[in-house]
Design a binder for this molecule. Sequence first.
Ligand code: NAP
Length: 247
Amino acid sequence: MRLEGKTALVTGASRGIGRAIAKTLASQGAMVIVNYNGSKEAAEQVVSEIREAGGTAISFGCSVANPQAVETMMKEMISQYKRLDILVNNAGITRDNLILKMKEEDFDAVLNTNLKGVFHTCRYAARQMLKQKAGCIVNISSISGVMGNAGQTNYAASKAGVIGFTKSLARELASREIRVNAVAPGFIETEMTEKLPETAVEAGKSQIPFGRFGKAEEVAKAVCFLASDDASYITGQVLHVDGGMGM
Ligand code: NAP
């Protein structure tokens, strides 16, 4: 129980990687706020599964791309629980297309959720963590943000932005030992990658030294490590969880 007594917010935790992160943090004793955008039922299912396993969780609907909604969520959460020990910025979307076909609205939607969403939550989290003189943030980037990926100029830009954001915030908060790290998953089996055409799946697998997609739980374990005191001297880092794809 490495996270006993900690309060954690996981954005986009109704399914996929976020769901696995929420369940893993809860299994280590954290009280988890399961954020979602549209999937209320799925988020409530995650909460039920955590409670059935003996953990503590609540769900909170709010789009991270909406600054007013994020303000309400963060203020309500902090007023109710008085602390925020762990923030995991996981919410993310794709709107893939080649540059000649990419619409401005698709570029903006991806940047607004994947990068500005991180800014919106971190503003409130940093204030609270500075007050507490403790806390840590884990941002979910992507191997696309490190290596680039054809058809993902918007997504790769947002995820590369998350890396720069993570390192800058880590420097801003380091004097209080508030840690800020990123995890860069490779191809992981979730609804996001289910949308990929078979040719892209095969092309993806051929680039992975392990020869397989990862599982959400494999990302969650890395996040849990960075969120725990086991990572007490680690900040500003990007941990690749990608079966060797980015090495
Ligand atoms: P997913 O299965 O599509 O799930 C996305 C989650 O994000 C859902 O819970 C969704 O909630 C939530 N979300 C989307 N927009 C949101 C918003 N505006 N506000 C709050 N929540 C929002 O995706 P995933 O594969 O688990 O990906 C999770 C994270 O890992 C993303 O940041 C993604 O970019 C990153 N990642 C994934 C892979 C991969 O191969 N799967 C690889 C590298 C990085 P609702 O259902 O309620 O909308």
